[in-house]
Design a protein around this ligand. Structure first.
Ligand code: COA
Length: 146
């Protein structure tokens, strides 16, 4: 059973442990550490933290919310990211003016692309993301209308 709650300062220690993982370092911004997020939530499997999902920003011109996520190695392939995206979709319907969710996924991140596709997100454009350690890198943008 997955739920989520707001990220707290005391989450830092398990987040540091999780973000030793090479997949998190390779595919996410800031090696899994949360910086300047508009809102961030911890994904819980029962009571155990297994990941983080964040609202990076809302583009007022396109009405699109930019969302990022990662799941710790010990929580993967159990439906955590899918459940968390569903929960965030519900939260975003409460923000006036938000009409879609966008995921900026670094090219080559097959797990995240498979996740997005499995949830009905569609490829809408190519762009860049600040993923990994090399600054802006090529990305694919997936979108789902709310
Ligand atoms: C990508 C990631 C978030 C997926 O999280 P998860 O909780 O394991 O995903 P779920 O269990 O909800 O997977 C749902 C579906 O996505 C697809 N999927 C997820 N991981 C996959 C993988 N490694 N390979 C292929 N398909 C995958 C599958 O279709 C899966 O359904 P199934 O398990 O029934 O086959 C996780 O692997 C991760 O954190 N990776 C490192 C950081 C990262 O890439 N973050 C995203 C940046 S855009």
């Amino acid at each position: 059973m997955f739920t989520f709650r707001e990220l707290l300062p005391e989450d830092q220690s398990w987040i540091e442990r999780a973000s030793q993982d090479s997949e998190i370092q390779k595919w996410t911004a800031n090696g899994g550490q949360q910086v300047k997020e508009r809102q961030a939530w911890v994904i819980l499997k029962d009571t155990e933290p297994v990941g983080v999902i964040s609202l990076h920003s809302v583009d007022l011109l396109t009405s699109a919310a930019d969302v990022g996520y990662w799941v710790a190695p010990w929580g993967r392939r159990q439906g955590a990211a899918s459940a968390a995206l569903g929960l965030v979709e519900n939260e975003l319907t409460l923000i006036p003016g938000v009409q879609s969710i966008q995921l900026s996924i670094m090219e080559g991140n097959h797990a995240s692309i498979a996740l997005a596709t499995s949830l009905g997100y569609e490829l809408v454009s190519a762009g860049t993301c600040s993923c990994g350690t090399q600054g802006a890198v090529p990305a694919v943008i997936y979108e789902k209308k709310l």
